[in-house]
Every structure is written in C-alpha cells, then in structure tokens.
Design a protein around this ligand. Structure first.
Ligand SMILES: [Zn+2]
Length: 118
C-alpha cells in the first residue's frame, strides 16, 4: 500500500472537475477495446473518496457491452477524466490519473492489465 493523498482532477477545458483521495502507488493501464483507445492510466477509488466539483449532468455518458460502467467525457474538450461503475458490488470511480493536477504519469508504477484477452 502506498500513500493515500488528495488530488484534483479535471478535463482540459475545466468544465469537468473533481476531488478525490487515492493511492497512486500502482496505477492500471489496460489494452481492452475502450481503454486502449482512451490511453488512460487508471486508479480506482470508492464512491465516498470522489467528489464532483463541476460538470454534474454535463458529461457525455458512453456505455457499451454489459453497460456496467459509465465512461464520462467532457462534451466540450472531449477529455475522459473519470468513469463510474461498480467493483465487488460497491459504487466506485475510476480516475484518469493523467487528468490529476501535480501528478507526473511517467513517475508512476504502471500495472499493465490484459483486458483484451478476457
Ligand atoms: Zn472539457
């Protein structure tokens, strides 16, 4: 376990912004059909660790397949700053670590997940 810290995330234009506490000691990169296209680095946090500051009801909500996850996109700049869904039956949010202020994605330990083969 690493250090749990507070972060602020946003899309590029600033319409979508959030605060979240997360442990970034290991972040996930996945090669599935959507993650591969997004190119996001992800960190998962429980719903209580996430607070949307702006963009409520404004994001484009994309769902596919089992429709378990809401992939949120800013309608103005197109950036995917977070997604929401469930993990082990509990509401969770998936942060795009590349959208967090003050985080150097190149300094993080990246766990590659082969979602494509699942
Ligand atoms: Zn935006």
């Amino acid at each position: 376990m690493g250090e749990v810290r507070s972060y602020r995330g946003s899309c590029h234009c600033g319409k979508v912004a959030y605060e979240a506490t997360a442990d970034l000691s290991s972040v996930m990169e996945c090669n599935c059909s959507i993650c591969g296209r997004k190119g996001a680095l992800m960190a998962f946090v429980p719903a209580e660790s996430f607070r949307l500051l702006s963009g409520e009801g404004a994001t484009t909500d994309y769902q596919f397949g089992k429709k378990a996850i809401h992939h949120r996109f800013c309608p103005t700049c197109g950036i995917h700053a977070y997604a929401e869904g469930q993990r082990a039956g509990k509401p969770m949010f998936m942060l795009n670590v590349r959208c967090l202020d003050g985080v150097d994605p190149w300094a993080l330990s990246v766990n590659r997940v082969d979602g494509k083969s699942r």
